[in-house]
Design a protein around this ligand. Sequence first.
Ligand code: GRG
Length: 308
Amino acid sequence: MTSTGKSRSSGGAGGFDLQGYLAEQTAAVNRALDGFLPSEKTKPATIHQAMRYSLFAGGKRLRPALCLAAARACGGRAAAAMPLACAVECIHSYSLIHDDLPAMDNDDYRRGKLTNHKVYGEGIAILAGDALLTQAFEIAALAKATARYSCRDLVLELARAAGSLQLIAGQVADLEGEGRKTSARELRYIHERKTSALLCCAVRLGGMSANCAAAQLRALTEFGYHVGLAFQVIDDILDVTQTSEQLGKTAGKDIKAQKATYPSIVGLEKSRRIARQLTERAFAALEPLGSRARALHALARYLLARDK
Ligand code: GRG
């Protein structure tokens, strides 16, 4: 497996062209997001430009890809999952805009570009984040109900992942943990909420859009949880092993902010082992879904091997 996503492996993702799949899904997601969002010229133009600036800044679109792949794994159609995939990406984009603000992580660069507040100022950046969060629910509400899941179920799923018990809880714990000793248990709490909750939500929503059975939803939940944790452990590792140029954002920030990370608590080698173990658990979770889960399998391998 290369970090560019070409799978040379056998196993669950054998022969799967992940690079081609990701390029195709990214283009489809970009088209859909473009259609869902007000144009740059829509008044007040500044806010729509600021929303689009971050949403189309070159993110990897991993959450939408996971959502669409989960729909496929349950025999569903991409069109049915697309509003949910886009809604999750809007929430992701909002969280990054707010996380970069001076009051939070105070970062000047993201995805190799100036952060939203550096371009539009803090006030507009806060509003662009708020607007993307609201937009996410408008888009999610356009998703079609299935026999097992109502539109209410879908919107609730998204609200819970983004709310004060998950995404926000993770960010609060992360902020409050800065500069003080954090245990591995507390770090797991942060990762579950700050990162894994939204990835898991993306995967579950994909399955729900495909009217997945309860056992399939359990498998997807188990997969999303572990892949989400592995993703954050890798993110922590990359923060210390990669340069700012490679990451497109300031490297080494966790150490500077005295943030607890897996490398700082257990060291780099053990962190790598933990990421591999978590990914193995994610692979195992896919077994009940059979060969239709190849895209999910390939995505999990890619997330483990990624270099940015
Ligand atoms: C609600 C303000 C607020 C924050 C919530 C998401 C978050 C918590 C903070 C953002 C910073 C951070 C380290 C989040 C953890 C998840 C993560 C590693 C995000 C980066 O995701 P990628 O790599 O980003 O998928 P791209 O740029 O590819 O879209």
